[in-house]
Design a protein. Structure first.
Length: 576
């Protein structure tokens, strides 16, 4: 701060000199302030110039990044019209990175949802105690005469399994027997008297004899018809009680709970929501079993089943048939009434199949294995954060007596484009109960293909990965793709369908049909016959830069050699 002189009150020489000195000092301060302002202005200008330069550099970087991305996009899109592997890798998305981003988001959201709701599922536990249900198969008109009176008299709910293609029609069982089926009006009458309307397929074919497509279409049609008639139909009954792991995997897409036969083991342990077992009453009869009356159509047998279920806290489900004269005849109707009275005398509730499932069905199920049962009993399950464990982890890195689910960003062979779920089963401290599965979904020709690998912990280390799925998907980068056209059928996995993506350069060099890139699919389905051992090649060809043509060729393994390629089908579409 400047030092100013104190000015006196007398206007003399001293006053004048002091005032002039103060003006000089003030002028110096002003000059100094002006100089400081100039310096500050120059600094501010310099800072603004630097900021502008930084902004320009940032904008240039963004422009370059955008240009580079556009160039990469153009390359991928251009290659995507002629390179089958690029098309397949994109999985229906315009660009590969978009598919990977969406897949990662879906996996993250699924894991978040599962983790958030796992405690809720555990809190949904119910008391697991003995209950009884009745289900009548087929919905013939004879239900009106034999079953409906019992339902009305005893006020008991019964599930009715409807074969949708036979409603209101007849079926010629043999030359002497024709079965008449209820109309929709009669089925409604059964519902008004306490029946739960259930699905029993559309065409009533044993599920295990159908292909996946046939079974899927049958379930879809049956469900659709029942829904159109106003029935929810969450329950399904397997025709002829024929089920397998394959059929269950299809049926559960449409129905929450399903019923089969073979009820001797009961439903109190290892219940599967997709294969709830039943005991015969009134017709057909079960196979005699030790510990029960050997006449399996007797009242004593039915009561023994009730007593056994009370002891085991079992969900007892009786299956009924009425279509033939000897099925649920007058004697068996009396037995049914007396069995109902006996059940109620024991304080046991008789509930509809739907209510039975709501009370007794598994809260959470993995495949056919119960994870959280109705009473909250858990199989140990842990869902981890992404990559907490990897394929390099030892079995002792995982908690004992648990099944651990770990989302991983790389498959067992280090491929980051094939993320999936690593499931570790550390069920006991013995090697036979310690193993892993890796499950991923790949896309070929736009279709999802699930790949399942497994390995076991033996003698302190992991065994080699084994392909558990019916589909093998091989990378063309693998040496296994070399010389595929010359390999005999025995070089491919038996009872598998193996996919090999083929690049245009490889196709041209090795002489694939049309010399065009595509997908080689090898079918080795177990039998040593041409129609069970063959290859197809889907070639993708661009004509005139506008038309994408897919040609499918086929050849068979016959008498130790491959036949010539034959054009099987051809489709085309515009690429723009």
């Amino acid at each position: 701060m400047a030092n100013y002189k104190t000015i006196g009150t007398s206007f003399d020489r001293t006053f004048r000199n002091d005032l002039n000195d103060n003006f000089k000092t003030l002028d110096g301060v002003a000059s100094s302030a002006k100089a400081d302002t100039q310096v500050a202005k120059q600094a501010a200008t310099s800072a603004a110039q630097s900021a502008q330069q930084a902004q320009q550099a940032s904008e240039e970087a963004v422009t370059k990044a955008t240009t580079t991305q556009a160039q990469l996009d153009d390359i991928i899109l251009e290659n995507g019209q002629s390179d089958a592997e690029v098309v397949q890798a994109r999985g229906g998305e315009p660009l590969l990175y978009e598919r990977l981003n969406k897949a990662d988001e879906r996996q993250s959201e699924s894991l978040k949802y599962f983790t958030t709701n796992f405690n809720y599922l555990n809190d949904a536990k119910k008391e697991k105690k003995c209950i009884v249900s009745f289900i009548a198969d087929d919905a013939p008109k004879s239900d009106l005469l034999k079953l409906l009176p019992v339902m009305a008299e005893k006020k008991v709910p019964v599930g009715i399994g409807v074969i949708t293609s036979r409603v209101g029609s007849s079926y010629q069982l043999n030359e002497n027997t024709t079965i008449e089926y209820m109309t929709w009006e009669e089925i409604k009458r059964m519902e008004l008297n306490g029946a739960e309307i259930m699905a029993h397929s559309h065409l009533h074919r044993p599920s295990t004899t159908l292909t996946e497509k046939e079974l899927y279409e049958d379930m879809k049609m049956c469900k659709s018809i029942l829904n159109s008639k106003g029935y929810i139909a969450d329950g399904f009954i397997y025709p002829n009680n024929a089920s397998s792991d394959f059929t269950k995997s299809v049926v559960k897409r449409f129905f929450k709970y399903s019923f089969t036969g073979s009820g001797s083991r009961g439903n109190f342990t290892n219940l599967s929501n997709n294969a709830i077992t039943r005991i015969n009453l009134g017709a057909i009869g079960d196979q005699p079993e030790a510990g029960f009356p050997q006449d399996t159509l007797s009242l004593e047998y039915y009561k023994a089943r009730v007593d056994w279920s009370i002891e085991k806290n079992n969900w007892l489900v009786f299956v009924l048939h009425t279509s033939l004269d000897d099925m649920l005849n007058a004697q068996q109707q009396t037995y049914m009434k007396e069995t109902i009275d006996y059940i109620r005398s024991k304080g046991i509730e008789i509930v509809s199949p739907r209510e039975g499932f709501e009370r007794y069905g598994n809260i959470l199920q993995l495949g056919e294995k119960p994870i959280i049962q109705a009473d909250g009993t858990q199989s140990g399950v842990i869902v981890e954060e992404k990559d907490k464990h990897t394929v390099t982890s030892t079995i002792d890195d995982f908690q004992l007596y648990t099944i651990t689910h770990t989302p991983v960003t790389k498959d067992p062979f280090g491929n980051s484009t094939n993320s999936g779920i690593l499931i570790t089963f550390n069920l006991e401290s013995i090697d036979g109960r310690r193993f892993q599965k890796f499950i991923s979904t790949l896309y070929y020709n736009g279709d999802p293909i699930q790949k399942v690998l497994s390995r076991h912990w033996r003698l302190g280390g992991w065994s080699a990965w084994k392909n558990d799925s019916q589909v093998s998907v091989q990378s063309e980068l693998s040496s296994a793709s070399t010389g595929l056209l010359q390999k005999p059928i025995t070089d491919f996995d038996n009872q598998h369908i193996t996919y090999h993506p083929i690049k245009p350069s490889r196709a041209s060099a090795d002489g694939y049909p049309e010399n065009s890139g595509g997908t080689l699919v090898t079918y080795r389905l177990g039998l040593d016959e041409p129609h069970y051992q063959y290859q197809k090649y889907d070639a993708l060809i661009i004509y005139g830069g506008t038309d994408l043509v897919r040609k499918t060729f086929v050849r068979y393994w016959y008498n130790g050699n491959w036949t010539q390629w034959k054009l099987e089908s051809q489709t085309s579409r515009a690429t723009s």
